[in-house]
Design a protein around this ligand. Sequence first.
Ligand SMILES: C[S@@+](CC[C@H](N)C(=O)[O-])C[C@H]1O[C@@H](n2cnc3c(N)ncnc32)[C@H](O)[C@@H]1O
Length: 202
Amino acid sequence: MIKLDNRLAAIAALVRLDKRICDVGTDHALLPCYLYEQGARNIIASDVNENPLSSARENIARYGYTDIQLILSDGLKNIPPCDDVIIAGMGGELIAEIIEGCAFITPDTRFILQPMTKAEILRRYLYSAGFGIMLENGAFSAGKAYTVMLVRYTGEKCAIDDSFAYFGKNTDERYIRKVNSQLEKLANSSPELRSIIREETL
Ligand SMILES: C[S@@+](CC[C@H](N)C(=O)[O-])C[C@H]1O[C@@H](n2cnc3c(N)ncnc32)[C@H](O)[C@@H]1O
């Protein structure tokens, strides 16, 4: 049985196993292998670099889950239509760029996103481009707090305020504490951000 850390487990929990799944920037392909083990059968593992793709290939062969399709692709450029698109472990700006390049969005397409940095830029992009965050969960792994978003296209474009850009829909206390300390630092050069710090968790 593949054991995922809390961050990858929080991502896996939002994936629909009976849909066409793509893990963009799969690296080791641990997540696709886990999803296969859980019963998913239509899975693409993709990466822009050959090295991660060959370590993905080795893992897939080691587990014997050779139905998982491996595709070399910059973002979604070479990816056929999928229903659940996972983009995890990258910066928020890169995730936004990859979504911007998606050619197969329907009302049923879901994005499971886990930005390592710049989540506020990703949230601003999503709402300005007509996407909405359905839910956002916290994950705590190796001493770090993460956010995992479930996103779909709504067609409604809007601007979001600073508070929503930084915290999103995540109510996990450890994530809020992490964003608070990020805001403390940013407030040195942008004092207006001090007002959105969530004092109750300090
Ligand atoms: C830090 S790893 C994250 C691996 C895995 N998704 C996770 O969350 O554990 C980032 C991976 O994204 C890949 N990557 C970076 N830019 C990419 C792009 N434009 N398209 C596809 N993959 C990309 C890298 O090659 C690397 O394997």
